[in-house]
Ligand binder design. Structure first.
Ligand SMILES: C=C(OP(=O)(O)O)C(=O)O
Length: 586
């Protein structure tokens, strides 16, 4: 056996650096979400201090002008964010559009305008209205709680417009920095240039938060939930190892540069990698893309994606008060099929509710929206919605007969639901599957597989529901980690069920984009991995360096782990101690 295999975070991460000239090293740990190594001075970003909460009452004759000023400022903020959304793609575009929609939210604007009309100056009215909604969002929990960061971000931008200041944002340094923040608004993260922001670390935030997902799309190494981040001073050179989740101070410069250079080799291998996905000994693993629109599908087709493993169809439904017609739905699905004219495209039917509220399909007030009327359950209120959507998928599929269209439903948790859904999809001549994101479905996987042609594991929700930990909570990153042994055990059980039934079992949550976990999933018998298109080369390059036997050994090794960190370590050591090193591609 030779040295440890250089998996992206899949074996021993770069070892602890030596202390530099007399400085003691100090290490702060967090949850790694985008792998990579970087070394640069720390640059903190903090929200601007707020103006005083109270100010002299606005004279009556200035109040209507105050309302007009507020509305203009809010509109300017929305226009700016929308313009950025239009220039972006994928999740970045979606997040910017959602943040922009907060700046035009009628209830929030009404609240602020009402206060101005009662004499509160526009700046203070903006602050008070925002805090009222922040409180409501916090009470609602879940995604709504995550929106508090977005809403405060909108508030700060509106205040900047009202006071004639530039909109707050990330410091423009003109040289590479490690960006540190208590929390970053997705709108801030979306604008980051990977050349100057070589890594990101935040004190709060979770692996499936929007900020993490955007960092992944941008390819910026990222660590979240680093509780002691405040110990890193402004300007101090810091070594970020986002394979293991550490930030180290006091590192010898030469040692740090060597580690960054090693990581640059990994990055070069990733850039050079070409699909299709397979292990070093030639076992295929289909690597697919997660997309939400035609533009994303075209971009994915231009890369290494072998098809689409998750077509999220919510986009068309999010910013409308009425159901889109069958024709307009078909019109938005057709470009996705056209981008993959002879490959597989897995369409997920509308996953409305909880983190994806759709005004005409979901209940506006639920105590626990993540446990409420969402996904397939919305058909109880509105059965035609699903039928219309399936008609639209079939209509678009007929235009692209070469595309292998598969359709799956989210949030399936009972056998009759799966059977009913399978009937509707098969009537339209399409392959049918369900997502495995509720533990009930994983536990009864054999019965579910008897009803459908395939399943796809949504690890974001499966982790949320297995660990009873809100995936959007910035405080629960340790729980919302797909490496949690209970989650791995449900995935392994599902994969086993698929092998017994001879039916495909994919993974389409963020877990598929973690190169080490991707190797473990391969060892468990998962048949396809679907992720942001930008994550495919890192996963593909990794798989190309390991054999199927090593993957199986790693899958076996994680069984019995006591927590997520232990599972990661067991997988890493399994790759290190495998009897034979995988042939290297380079
Ligand atoms: C892929 C998933 O679905 P969502 O769109 O809810 O992240 C998941 O839950 O893992």
């Amino acid at each position: 056996m030779t040295d440890s295999i250089d998996l992206t975070g899949a074996t021993t991460p770069p070892s602890a650096p030596e202390a530099g000239s007399g400085d003691a090293t100090r290490v702060v740990y967090g949850t790694p979400v985008v792998p990579g190594v970087a070394w640069a001075p720390a640059a903190w970003t903090r929200r601007p201090p707020l103006p005083p909460e109270t100010a002299p009452e606005l004279p009556e004759d200035q109040r209507e002008q105050g309302v007009a000023d507020f509305e203009r400022a809010a509109a300017e903020v929305a226009d700016g964010l929308n313009a950025r959304a239009e220039a972006a793609t994928g999740h970045v575009a979606e997040v910017l559009a959602v943040t922009a929609s907060l700046a035009t939210d009628r209830a929030w604007k009404r609240e602020a305008a009402g206060r101005i009309r009662r004499g509160t100056p526009p700046v203070q009215a903006t602050m008070a209205a925002t805090e009222k909604f922040v409180e409501l969002f916090q009470k609602a929990g879940g995604l709504m709680e995550e929106r508090t960061t977005d809403l405060r971000d909108v508030r700060d931008r509106v205040i900047a417009h009202l006071t004639g200041e530039p909109e707050p944002g990330i410091p423009v340094t003109g040289h590479p920095v490690v960006l540190l923040a208590d929390d970053l608004s997705p709108a801030d993260t979306a604008g980051l240039d990977p050349v100057n922001y070589v890594a990101i670390a935040t004190q709060v935030g979770g692996p499936t938060s929007h900020t993490s997902i955007i960092a992944r799309q941008l390819g910026i190494p990222c660590i979240v939930a680093a509780r002691e981040l405040a110990e890193i001073p402004e300007g101090a050179p810091v070594l970020v190892n986002a394979h293991e989740g550490s930030l180290t101070l006091g590192v010898d410069e030469a040692a740090a540069r060597a580690l960054v250079a090693d990581d640059a080799d990994r990055v070069a291998r990733i850039r050079a990698w070409r699909g299709p996905g397979r292990t070093a000994d030639g076992v295929s693993m289909q690597l697919l893309a997660n997309v939400q629109d035609g533009a994303g599908a075209v971009a994915a087709a231009g890369g290494q994606a072998e098809g689409i493993g998750l077509f999220r169809t919510e986009l068309l439904f999010l910013n409308t008060q009425v159901e889109p017609s069958v024709d307009s739905q078909a019109g938005s699905y057709a470009p996705v099929f056209a981008a993959f004219p002879s490959q597989k495209v897995v369409v997920r039917t509308l996953d409305a509710g909880s983190d994806k509220p759709v005004p005409f399909a979901t209940l506006s007030e639920e105590f626990n929206p993540a446990l409420g009327v969402r996904g397939i359950r919305t058909t109880g209120q509105n059965p035609d919605l699903l039928v219309h959507q399936l008609d639209a998928v079939a209509q678009a599929a007929a235009l692209q007969p070469g595309t292998d269209v598969w359709v799956m439903a989210p949030m399936i948790s009972t056998i009759p639901e799966a059977r009913w859904f399978a009937g509707l999809v098969r009537e339209r001549g399409l392959r049918v599957g369900i997502m495995i994101e509720v533990p009930a479905a994983a536990i009864l996987i054999d019965q579910f597989l008897a009803e459908v042609d395939f399943v796809s594991i949504g690890t974001n929700d499966l982790t949320q529901y297995t660990m009873a930990a809100d995936r959007m909570s910035p405080h629960l990153a340790e729980y919302t980690d797909p490496w949690q042994p209970a989650v791995l055990s449900l995935i392994a059980r599902t994969a086993e069920g698929g092998m017994e039934a001879g039916k495909p079992v994919g993974v389409c949550g963020e877990a598929a984009a973690d190169p080490l976990l991707a190797c473990v999933l391969t060892g468990m018998g998962i048949t396809s991995l679907s992720m942001a298109a930008s994550a495919i080369p890192a996963v593909g390059a990794q798989l190309a360096r390991v054999t199927i036997e090593q993957c199986r050994a790693a899958a076996a090794a994680v069984v019995g782990a006591e927590d997520a960190g232990d599972a990661r370590n067991r997988a890493r050591s399994a790759f290190e101690t495998a009897p034979e090193e995988a042939p290297r591609q380079d």
